[in-house]
Write a protein that binds this ligand. Structure first.
Ligand code: BES
Ligand code: ZN
Ligand code: ZN
Length: 481
């Protein structure tokens, strides 16, 4: 969790370490700078510096210069990324308080700067010896911005916590987080933040005949879980719920279609990043009291080649009765998601969104710069989500669900098979899921964006929590916030 408190302030305190947000032509007289400093600053602005540092005897001030001619989305992303320079600065001294001053009257920008700074400071080091290292990060960040609302500040704090906890869940190895552990974490979060959570264990899953989830679980020694989350405050804007589904494969060895280790199986603890995102979104929605009715479904298990594991060629019966010929046990995500999609029907949802680290193909197609999206009967919803994608820089690219792709899933002996051919792997996975839906639906394949192998500014190496900021923005705007 974040140890830094965020607060709105209504005074500029020039003697404290401070960061000023300005534009090229912004009047900096309000900043309490000396004449000498002003000359220096103006010279640097002319040279197009975006990050200007002014040292004081026992303190510092710095200025972030925004370029207002750029599209607004790029300005926001510039704020988040320039924060990395700020982090080097704040961690090189031990001041415990930082003031952020917005001299241009745009609270969204100053909040993005704070967001980037906090997300940049994330580390997953709980299994490392501390060796006296200390975290030189302010305990308190005060934000001065004319039109800032208290609520904006407290929501940002909750959202950053949601990102941290989703990243933690992804980074946690299987040795410390199996399916039951994940369900337990979800239950704890629910208790802490105010949404409700019910966990169905193996007996219940068997009684319900969730054949996809049970099939994937057969090679495992740990039981599967199916968690149902709900956030339904009194003043919801939607009459019918929106359902979020997260792929919760706590580890994907591939099963008997075993993955090779190097660069393939090694980081498959991250195959529950969809589930982690759902947990993070619920934490944020409940923590901020966003008035939307949302249901979350998290089917979870590891995928292993144990003695009783399904073999390629097996035929299984899914929760909705569809028979599936499992030609590759590594295409397991779609099997557990399909059962969750069928289960979602009982809620008569307005919209269902699933998040899944589903295919290497999605990651091969567009890399880590965006997630692959597919949708059916959800044009308007998708437009809003795509917009949130640009706003949060968790961008989406829509792939088609043309009907011809369905031919690739034809099976000789069952209703469908679980893999297509060599080409269009992300799409055939989407087509497989589409077979199980009967409501407006958006599918997000986050295989390329959920886990990074090196830092990318405020998206750190490891779990990124992709989906949390995206969906929080989507729901906040839907709720008119
Ligand atoms: N979890 C993987 C997808 C994945 C790959 C996620 C790389 C993150 C990074 C998924 O279960 C999988 O193995 N998919 C197969 C499907 C194939 C067998 C049709 C794939 O993409 O290779
Ligand atoms: Zn797999
Ligand atoms: Zn997988």
């Amino acid at each position: 969790m974040i140890h830094t408190r965020l607060q709105k302030t209504s005074e500029i305190s020039p003697d404290l370490p401070s960061v000023y947000l300005i534009g090229k032509s912004t009047d900096i007289s309000a900043g309490g700078f000396s004449d000498e400093e002003k000359v220096y600053i103006n010279k640097r602005i002319e040279k197009n510096d975006e990050f200007i540092l002014v040292h004081r005897l026992d303190s510092y001030k710095c200025l972030v210069v925004n370029d207002y001619t750029r599209p607004f989305f790029s300005q926001l992303e510039f704020m988040r990324t320039v924060s990395r320079k700020l982090l080097s600065l704040v961690s090189s001294n031990d001041h415990t308080s930082l003031v952020m001053v917005d001299l241009v009257n745009d609270s969204e920008l100053i909040l993005a700067l704070v967001e980037g700074l906090i997300l940049n400071n994330y580390r997953f080091d709980k299994y490392q010896r501390k060796d006296g290292r200390k975290d030189n990060f302010p305990d308190l960040i005060s934000i001065y911005s004319a039109n800032l609302r208290e609520e904006n500040v407290s929501n940002l704090e909750v959202l950053c916590n949601a990102v941290y906890l989703a990243r933690n869940l992804v980074n946690e190895p299987l040795s410390h987080l199996n399916a039951e552990g994940l369900a337990e974490e979800i239950r704890n979060l629910a208790g802490n933040s105010g949404f409700s959570a019910e966990v169905m264990g193996k007996d219940r899953i068997e009684a319900l005949q969730m054949g996809g989830l049970l099939a994937v679980n057969r090679g495992s020694i740990d039981p599967p879980t199916f968690s149902i989350l709900e956030w339904k405050p009194e003043n919801c804007v939607n009459e019918k719920p929106i359902v979020l589904i997260g792929k919760g494969i706590v580890y994907d060895t591939g099963g008997l279609s075993l993955k090779p280790t190097a660069k393939s199986m090694d980081y498959m603890k991250s195959d529950m990043a969809g589930a982690a995102a759902v947990a993070g979104v619920f934490y944020a929605l409940a923590g901020c009291g966003i008035p939307v009715h949302v249901i979350g479904l998290v089917p979870a298990t590891d995928n292993r080649p144990g003695g009783n594991a399904i073999v390629p060629g097996d035929v299984i019966t899914m929760y909705d009765g569809t028979s599936v010929e499992v030609m590759n046990t590594d295409a397991e995500g779609r099997l557990i998601l399909a059962d969750a999609l069928s289960w979602a029907k009982q809620y008569d949802p307005h919209l269902v969104i699933d998040l899944a680290t589903l295919t290497g193909s999605a990651s091969a197609a567009i890399g880590m710069q965006g997630s692959v999206a597919m949708q059916k009967s959800a044009d308007e919803w998708y437009e809003a989500l795509e917009e949130s994608g640009y706003y949060t820089h968790e961008r989406l690219v829509e792939f088609p669900l043309w009907e011809e792709y369905m031919d690739m899933l034809k099976s000789d002996i069952a209703d469908i098979k679980n893999i297509g051919g060599k080409q269009a792997g992300a799409i055939t996975a989407g087509k497989f899921l589409e077979h199980f839906i009967s409501f407006p639906w958006i599918h997000l394949d986050i295989a390329g964006t959920a886990f990074l192998h090196s830092d990318d500014n405020y998206r750190k190496k490891g779990g990124t929590a992709v989906g949390v900021r995206l969906l929080f923005d989507f729901f906040s705007k839907h709720a008119g916030k």
